[in-house]
Design a protein around this ligand. Structure first.
Ligand SMILES: NC(=O)c1ccc[n+]([C@@H]2O[C@H](COP(=O)([O-])OP(=O)(O)OC[C@H]3O[C@@H](n4cnc5c(N)ncnc54)[C@H](O)[C@@H]3O)[C@@H](O)[C@H]2O)c1
Length: 311
């Protein structure tokens, strides 16, 4: 059945892919975004369903929900590029923690909200060299992961207070079109599309679990339809990890040309996890979801675009 849906952060990288998927399913989607990192043209909604609102403005968020009257509230707005969060910790906490309180408080006071989804992150987990399941102890390494762990707790408290079914999605590393932040894959994309065959990158060995944004949209949709009654947490990853070197090799295969890597000391992280891998068995068992996109197909589409959104 079609739903009236509000997506915060729906003009961003993952939120716009989610919005596109839900619009294609026939839902009535509205987007709330202050366009700090997102772009208006990425949000696939008409102007009367686009709300340029800052989630730090509690009254404006309340007015927005009152106007939209959503049945599902999907909260993805946040700042999350880790170097940016490290340099701007007060802003990161204000948006990711207070902003989440404002969105959920507005959801609590708006009649008709049936379900909420809150985007969290794999960065809530401590360093581990094995696949991480949802019951693993949390232990964020940085301000970003700490703000997101706080937003998880706020979601649990919201559910305890309102009884509204709530889903927390711990996103692993997203990749796909329209990247708004200079993460690894779009950074390689940017350099290659600019003609470079000698890439400037940081550490080559860390491995990450890369999931395509279309697969994430399908996973979130599947979770929202799964009939979750309480407040539950799900990893949203692919369950396979690739090193930076393996990602560069995927670009080489798609280009049909060799790439040389030079270490750029400014890109080498001081604290680095060598692994970040999702155990996605809970997501698969509860929804029947399976990822469709592999790294090579994803990289092939990235090489057909002009440049990433942030460039
Ligand atoms: N990209 C990843 O790999 C990844 C991994 C884990 C978790 N996440 C989470 O997924 C969500 C979406 O991330 P993304 O990669 O699409 O990033 P993004 O920056 O493209 O999207 C975030 C959106 O939120 C908006 N926003 C930021 N501050 C706002 C504010 N104060 N008020 C209103 N809107 C605001 C931005 O304009 C942007 O459109 C975030 O919650 C992020 O923490 C992303």
């Amino acid at each position: 059945m079609e739903k009236r849906i509000l997506i915060t952060g729906g003009a961003g990288f993952i939120g716009s892919a989610l919005a596109k998927h839900l619009v294609a399913q026939g839902h009535e989607v509205s987007v709330l975004d202050n366009l700090s990192f997102g772009r208006r043209e990425l949000a696939p909604v008409p102007d009367h369903r686009f709300l340029n609102v800052d989630i730090r403005n509690h009254a404006a968020v309340r007015r927005a929900l009152e106007a939209v009257r959503p049945q599902w509230v999907l909260h993805l707005a946040a700042i999350h590029f880790i170097p940016y969060c490290n340099s701007n910790p007060v802003e990161a906490a204000d948006i990711n923690i207070n902003g989440t309180i404002h969105v959920l408080d507005a959801a609590a006071s708006t009649p008709g909200v049936e379900q909420v989804f809150v985007a969290s992150t794999a960065a809530v987990y401590p360093i581990a060299d094995h696949a991480l399941a949802e019951h693993h102890a949390t232990g964020p390494l940085d301000i970003y992961g700490t703000t997101k762990l706080a937003s998880e707790r706020i979601t649990e408290a919201f559910h305890a207070r309102t009884g509204i079914p709530s889903i927390i999605g711990r996103f692993f590393n997203a990749f796909g079109p329209n990247e708004t932040n200079p993460h690894l894959i779009p950074e390689i994309q940017r350099q290659v599309l600019a003609g470079a065959r000698i890439l400037q990158l940081g550490n080559m060995e860390p491995k990450r679990d890369f999931i395509h944004t279309e697969d994430m949209g399908m996973a979130m949709d599947a979770l929202l339809k799964a009939g979750i009654a309480g407040c539950e947490t799900f990893n949203i990853g692919r369950g396979i990890e690739y090193s930076v070197r393996e990602i560069v090799e995927a670009f080489e295969r798609q280009l049909g040309q060799p790439l040389t890597v030079q270490t750029d000391p400014s890109r080498v992280r001081k604290v680095e996890r060598m692994h970040l891998l999702a155990d996605v068995s809970k997501l698969k068992q509860r929804t029947g979801w399976a990822p469709r996109w592999g790294i090579d197909e994803g990289v092939a589409t990235l090489l057909k675009s002009d440049r990433p959104v942030f460039a």
